[in-house]
Design a protein around this ligand. Structure first.
Ligand code: ZN
Length: 462
């Protein structure tokens, strides 16, 4: 098969790579030559000879990481000591708030660059940064009120990751419009100040290739119904992300305040459609599962963080059976790896159901392959970059594997992804916007970024 729709297009800036096989949007193909121009796939030739193209191993579309709080990367492993009363999400959040007393913009940028670099090395080519750390430690606005957002963009400029910047609106500590707590003072805006922030974010990302700006009302506990109505138009067609039903306490509080469960309340209150990504949505009943699946929205699942925080298990089999779309997110960034997220997602089901290959989409289907394809499409939709996958005209965002890695040797097609997801390892190169950012599994700027991160952590923790 040869893509012949634009056979004469050979822009001078084009690069050609040849992959021994590739998971294209319409399936696996062998001997695939991708011609890349202006960061996009200009042409795909299959059963092609390599010629003088860069020769690579099997290629997969890079995944979108739909949910990250960059600064939390620096807390990884710091909240694993048992307290006196049984540890829950809410005690983890107290550790996070204490951490925030010291974090400045330089530190935030260094930490974000580290996390983004690890995302690229771990198979992600774009991140949805759910950005809520806006203000100075005393809660005052920085001279540039969008300083911290600018630092997230600066990190993306350095690492090369695709950025979908999701400035967060956060105004209250709980349902009923309760005032924010002292620990939340760096997150808070009123509607007018938030509108200015969103506008500033559009300017901040203007120089980044293929950057997207959306909005993120933090959660139903942090935003009143009136505020939600006021900020939704600011998305202007971009993605809308919101934490929903992560914790049973949140469900109980929402029921007490509104008489409805969170997902039900949200879907009754406003039109939740494909622009939306509901983060976690862990505690949804059968009716909410069906309704969310049919809405066209994406569920933003963060299996590693949800396991780490003891959140619970999303009803993935029922949701997928109803046609639901999902993306995966690294959320707290306790461990950053696309394969690990998909593995944890499947293992949660295996352990709770005492069954294997629960999330494959049918008999004789590959669990890893089906999850990677679904996360590719859901991730792209949630991050506002179209349909996802390797196709002509799509962003040249992809990962290639080392076919001689011990866990991958002798495999082809979906068996490669099964081994990548369940045995791990094997990412060789990563390309974003047509630019190679990772070789032999290492980001090209790893030494500088890791050095700055280490200096930042020493300053923060000592
Ligand atoms: Zn989150």
């Amino acid at each position: 098969m040869t893509d012949t729709q634009n056979p004469t297009s050979h822009p001078e800036s084009s690069t050609a790579v040849w992959c021994e096989s590739a998971l294209l949007a319409d399936g696996w193909a062998r001997s695939v030559k991708l011609t890349i121009a202006d960061g996009r796939i200009a042409r795909i030739d299959t059963d092609a000879s390599a010629g003088d193209a860069v020769r690579l191993g099997p290629a997969l579309p890079g995944l979108g990481n739909v949910h990250s709080h960059a600064f939390q990367r620096a807390m990884a492993g710091l909240a694993e000591i048992r307290g006196d009363t049984g540890d829950t999400f809410w005690t983890w959040r107290e550790v996070m708030y204490r951490f925030l007393e010291r974090l400045d913009p330089d530190m935030a940028q260094a930490i974000a660059a580290m996390g983004q670099m690890e995302m690229l090395e771990g198979g992600f080519t774009r991140v949805g940064e759910f950005h809520y750390l806006h203000h100075a430690p005393d809660g005052g606005f920085y001279d540039n009120p969008a300083e911290m957002a600018a630092r997230m963009a600066a990190a993306a400029q350095e690492t090369g990751i695709g950025l979908t910047l999701l400035p967060v609106f956060y105004a209250h500590s709980n349902f009923g419009g309760l005032p924010p707590t002292d620990g939340q003072k760096r997150f808070i805006h009123d509607v007018d100040a938030f509108a200015r922030l969103v506008e500033a974010c559009r300017g901040i990302v203007a120089g980044l290739p293929e950057a997207v700006v959306g909005i993120a009302p933090h959660s139903l506990r942090a935003v009143t119904a009136e505020e939600l109505d006021a900020i939704l138009p600011l998305a202007a067609g971009g993605p809308i992300h919101m934490h929903v039903a992560e914790q049973t306490k949140e469900v109980d509080d929402c029921l007490a305040a509104t008489g409805q469960r969170p997902v039900r309340w949200l879907m009754n209150h406003t039109e939740v459609d494909k622009r939306w990504c509901l983060i976690h949505a862990t505690h949804i009943n059968a009716t909410e599962t069906e309704r969310l699946a049919k809405s066209g929205a994406t569920a933003g699942l963060c299996p590693v963080t949800e396991a780490n925080l003891g959140d619970g298990i999303f009803p993935t089999p029922d949701y997928l059976a109803a046609g639901g779309s999902f993306g995966i997110g690294t959320d707290s960034n306790i461990l950053i790896n696309a394969a690990e997220e998909l593995r944890t997602m499947e293992y949660a089901q295996r352990l709770s159901r005492r069954a294997r290959n629960v999330l494959a989409s049918g008999p004789r289907r590959s669990t890893g392959g089906d999850l990677w394809r679904a996360a590719t499409m859901g991730g792209a939709q949630a991050l506002g970059v179209g349909r996802g996958g390797l196709r002509r005209g799509a962003p040249a965002d992809f990962v290639t594997l080392d076919a001689n890695h011990p866990n991958l040797v002798g495999r082809s097609g979906d068996a490669l992804i099964d081994s990548l997801v369940f045995a791990g390892g094997g990412i060789d190169t990563v390309w974003r916007h047509g630019k190679q950012l990772v070789s032999d599994g290492r980001h090209h700027a790893r030494d500088a970024i890791a050095g700055r991160y280490a200096a930042t952590l020493k300053a923060l923790l000592t």
